[in-house]
Design a protein around this ligand. Sequence first.
Ligand SMILES: C[S@@+](CC[C@H](N)C(=O)[O-])C[C@H]1O[C@@H](n2cnc3c(N)ncnc32)[C@H](O)[C@@H]1O
Length: 314
Amino acid sequence: MPVPDPFHGVSFAGKKGCSVSAPVGSRGYRGWHGPPAFLPGHADGPPPERKPVPSSPESDQVVFVERTLRKAGLNPRHYRRAPLVRRIPACLRALKVDSLAAAMREMESSPDRLLVGLNSLLIGTTAFFRDRQVFDELQRHVLPELLGRVDRPRVWSAACSDGAELYSMAMMFDRLGAEPPVFLGTDCRASAIARAREGLYPISATAEMPMEFVRNHVRLSGNTATVSPEIRERVSWAKADLLTQSIDSHWDLILCRNLAIYLAPEAMDRLWKKLSAAIRPGGYLIVGRAEKPRLEDFSCIAPCIHQKAPGSIA
Ligand SMILES: C[S@@+](CC[C@H](N)C(=O)[O-])C[C@H]1O[C@@H](n2cnc3c(N)ncnc32)[C@H](O)[C@@H]1O
């Protein structure tokens, strides 16, 4: 099956806007912020004296979060600080260090260590059939409606984390006996995409999964659950930054759940606009429980499920 490309031929690696934009200062983490010695535009003499910006634990934490995002190629302006700052203790634990400076040094020491830090900072919580009522509604009403008018729907899980959400969709389509739709999952974290490809999960990720799907599509062994090869081979994965890369249109169903809650208001609005424009008339956008996008041409037909007006322009 050809790999669908939602990003219009934009290469995923080394894309402009995805590179490390703040060089890592040789003085290390603590020396990085603070006022410059001279402000620009004062060629005739020293600028008026400015008080140094005092460093505080709070500002250190914010700087740490911003630097980590930048190092991972993400733009910190797109994210709300508070939820990420709350993840710092988890990040230090994952890196087995006890200070921000040590964590920064660790993450600068190798790409693998950077991934460890980033994975604990960017919240990747997910599970099969997470928010089960939403999946029940999709199975009862949305998928049959979609299959009644589209031969091979295109389904995209944007910000898919390690893929349990998209595999859940693939299992539901299979149950309806449909020709396998086009399935794509993307996330900004390479390690999440690698795990999605493997289809290997802790058994706890199946807690909300209906027993029928466990029986038909998952092999349980010890503490792990492995998605069957038949389901795995229907699904394609790619690493991509949803906020900076342009996206293809003509999707029949996009799931973008539990990313927008971490975004700054402007980035959130742009994300919803981008995704809603990428959905075909009559298609669906599925969002997280705490997310309430205001979308032109869409109506909310059930909790978390928004449908684009059939007569709207694609
Ligand atoms: C809480 S998880 C949501 C997973 C799944 N959609 C769910 O609701 O179960 C949020 C995901 O958004 C991803 N993410 C954060 N910023 C992103 C970006 N700019 N582009 C793509 N994915 C991003 C994170 O890596 C994380 O895996």
